[in-house]
Write a protein that binds this ligand. Structure first.
Ligand SMILES: [Fe+2]
Ligand SMILES: [Fe+2]
Length: 547
């Protein structure tokens, strides 16, 4: 099996994910004081490296931990705490203390659940946030207007002696505080003893806080734009849910199931999936593709999407035909009565036979209306003959079946005419056109491709482009399989009972044998019982479209 032609290079490969939370090669606890090193530009070079590392980090917790670690590296601080400002309080986020080997909050876990610090200027960190200025306390034991009860409590619990403090506000692009970086005990590299923060360390601390402010704001902006996009996806999924029976729940199930399949592929250690890796971003891209794959159905007419019988349209034409046959029956009886009045009666039996023939013909027509059975040539010819028969109302001769009714009743299998089928298939072109309007970021660029290909087949017999296997990425193949499986097992599909899972897998296998679906994907789906496990969750109301 070829893994897997792509159109965008989004082919998922099993490879270790990039290291996160590090800022290049020296982000560890080097404890290097800023005075160290022969190269006077070294701190600036290092700061530039850290700036790049911070701007590349998209996980807020990891970013905050990185800020504290690097701030300690730059200033030679032994400990650091990062607070984020919210609701006029400083909320503890990350804390490290190198001498004590303590790391808490964020990615480190062990959240100590400290109460937030009120924006009270008697606390040095709060003062820094309120006045947008750095507070340096070279000697915490000296008399001060600041309240050091927090560090003193920490001392009482751990025996740690806080000697000096540097509290620097992290400001956003408008100069508004986002939080405070508070550092403790600048360690003199010569003596190894804690003391005041030297001027250079204070300047580097401020530079770090400035970089941190920009990075935090960037991550929050990215998060906000992702949340907005996810909300829009939810809106679209909700619209499709409400639009028709046949789309209700479909896109959410397809998205969730495809994701479950991707996780199984990621975990697979056997060929051909042993080299395939779905990281967090790839999973998100795939889930978005699942949620958007049928977005084009937003313009499909609901009476065609939910067409349960051949004659069903905005109204049910079967009722029209029933009424017409009642009128023909009444006319037949009237004709017999007139003939009897004129002494030309053909007799009761002749009337009864004619009425019975009408009933039988109506039953036949209505049986043809059912989409579940294959319409054979004899039935097809008889429908044509009936349509050629006429009746007269108000002096106007009319066909028993109109050309439109004949066309619909003559559908060989299913409920859609050729024109309706083409209209339904066009949802994929609408999907592609709609998704082409969305400026997906590079890491999600595969989503519109996977979504737009879900009706393609490996042998080129799919639509709309007739792509072949080498042109179809694994994600498109997965979506194609899941889309068909959900359609077959959907309890709300028009005119068809819910298909048992084994029968549905039988149809999937037939599609594999014909060369249309990916056999490895179908096999894994079946062997790992992904659908069964999902269905159990679904019954328990646990499905989610959360990204
Ligand atoms: Fe579709
Ligand atoms: Fe679909």
């Amino acid at each position: 099996m070829t893994l897997h032609g792509t159109q965008n290079g989004a082919h998922p490969q099993k490879s270790p994910p990039p290291e996160s939370g590090t800022a290049g090669e020296s982000s560890g606890p080097s404890h290097r004081a800023p005075q160290d090193g022969a190269n006077p530009l070294a701190p600036m070079q290092r700061l530039a490296q850290v700036g790049i590392a911070l701007s590349a980090q998209r996980d807020l917790d990891t970013l905050l931990a990185l800020i504290v670690e690097e701030a300690c590296n730059f200033t030679g601080a032994d400990g650091g705490t990062l607070y984020l400002l919210g609701n006029d309080q400083l909320h503890f986020s990350i804390s490290i203390n190198r001498s004590l080997g303590i790391k808490t909050g964020g990615p480190y876990g062990n959240d100590p659940n400290f109460p937030p610090l009120p924006l009270n200027p008697t606390f040095a960190a709060a003062f820094a946030a309120i006045h947008h200025t750095t507070v340096h306390i070279p000697d915490l034991d000296a008399p001060s207007e600041f309240d050091f009860s927090g560090p003193r409590r920490f001392e009482a619990q751990t025996g740690y002696h806080a000697v000096s403090m540097l509290a620097t506000p992290m400001l956003d692009h408008k100069g508004e505080p986002l939080g405070v970086l508070q550092l403790l005990n600048a360690v003199d590299p010569a003596t190894g003893k804690p003391g005041p923060f030297p001027l250079e360390a204070r300047m580097l601390g401020e530079a770090m806080a400035s970089l941190a402010g920009v990075s935090i704001r960037n991550v929050r902006l990215i998060r906000a734009s992702e949340a907005l996009f996810e909300a829009l996806l939810e809106v679209m999924a909700t619209a499709l849910d409400a639009r028709s029976r046949s789309t209700h729940g479909h896109v959410r199930r397809v998205a969730d199931l495809t994701l479950a399949l991707a996780e199984a592929i990621d975990a697979s250690t056997a060929p051909p999936f042993d080299t395939v890796h779905f990281d967090k971003e790839r999973l998100r891209e795939l889930k978005i593709a699942g949620l958007l794959h049928d977005i084009g159905k937003i313009v499909s007419p609901p009476h065609i999407m939910d067409k349960a019988t051949k004659l069903e349209t905005i109204f049910d034409r079967a009722e029209l035909i029933r009424t017409r046959y009642l009128a023909i029956e009444a006319q037949t009886e009237a004709r017999h009565l007139c003939a009897r009045l004129n002494g030309q009666a053909a007799g009761e039996e002749a009337l009864a036979a004619e009425i019975a023939a009408l009933h039988e013909e109506l039953d036949f027509v209505l049986a043809c209306n059912h989409p579940g059975e294959w319409l054979d040539d004899a039935a097809f010819d008889r429908l044509k003959a009936i349509a050629a028969t006429t009746y007269v109302v108000a002096g106007i001769e009319r066909p028993r079946l109109t050309p439109d009714e004949l066309e619909n009743l003559s559908i060989r299998k299913g409920s859609l005419t050729e024109a309706e089928r083409k209209l339904m298939q066009s949802h994929i072109e609408v999907t592609q056109r709609m998704l082409a309007k969305i400026p997906f970021p590079r890491h999600l660029a595969g989503a519109p491709i996977f979504a737009g290909n879900h009706h393609e087949a490996l042998d080129g017999s799919g639509y709309p482009q007739g792509l072949t296997g080498s042109q179809l990425p694994l994600q498109s193949r997965m979506l194609a399989v899941i889309d068909l499986l959900d359609a077959l097992t959907d309890p709300d599909r028009p005119y068809r009972k819910q298909m048992p899972l084994e029968e549905a897998f039988g149809i999937l296998q037939l599609e594999v044998d014909k060369g249309r679906l990916d056999g490895d994907v179908v096999r894994l789906l079946r062997e790992e019982k992904i659908f069964e496990r999902y269905r159990e969750q679904w019954r328990g109301g646990e499905t989610s479209s959360a990204l």
